[in-house]
Design a protein. Structure first.
Length: 202
């Protein structure tokens, strides 16, 4: 989750990178403005940790690598984010602090990040030529929004609730079990969340 920090002036990319090198707080950067990364819920943190384990297992034995939260992603010349999880395949780049060609991106949704993750970030993420899939994981109920690029380059969206297999496509043929993702976590089923009045994305 990121919240704006009013700077005294618009920051250049160089200023931003210098700030990140010295700061104990991570910031996302969009066209000169910085956004501080704030704390997350226990459920959010456990979902990210679970994702790291499951994605590592899916990528084992391949040239793909998994990053969570603290790896910076450059999606445009003046835009840097910290995705909750990402998978990058192929040779490592020269900068050990930045990735710019992810194959899979995942954001764990929270009420404060809903618009950012489902609109702003998704628009920029899906424009990345390297990206094969973008997953939005819900913590208010057991559900994942799955955006997958087909062989022709077109994006298709599907939604899984409560159970099922999530197609990762990274590495090819890999799937992520919804049951494994939410196992032992105090996250309501879709029916329970709907009965409590929570908004459900279909």
């Amino acid at each position: 989750m990121a919240h704006p920090v009013p700077p005294q002036r618009t920051l250049s990319v160089a200023d931003y990178l210098a700030l990140e090198a010295e700061s104990s707080v991570r910031h996302e950067y969009v066209d000169g403005q910085i956004y501080a990364m704030t704390g997350a819920t226990r459920t959010h943190n456990r979902l990210v940790a679970r994702l790291a384990r499951l994605l590592d297992a899916a990528c084992d034995g391949t040239d793909c690598r998994t990053h969570v939260e603290s790896m910076r992603l450059q999606v445009a010349p003046r835009v840097f984010y910290y995705p909750d999880a990402m998978v990058v395949c192929g040779p490592e780049g020269a900068d050990p602090l930045v990735e710019d060609a992810p194959s899979l991106l995942v954001e764990v949704l929270s009420p404060s990040s809903l618009v950012t993750d489902r609109v702003e970030k998704m628009t920029r993420y899906l424009a990345l030529p390297s990206l094969a899939a973008y997953l939005i994981v819900h913590q208010e109920y057991r559900g994942v929004e799955v955006n997958v690029r087909d062989a022709g380059g077109a994006w298709t969206r599907s939604v899984l609730h409560d159970a099922g297999a999530i197609p990762l496509r990274v590495p090819p043929g890999a799937v992520l079990s919804l049951e494994a993702l939410y196992a032992d976590l105090a996250v309501p089923t879709v029916a329970e969340a709907r009965a409590a009045g929570a908004p459900i994305f279909d």
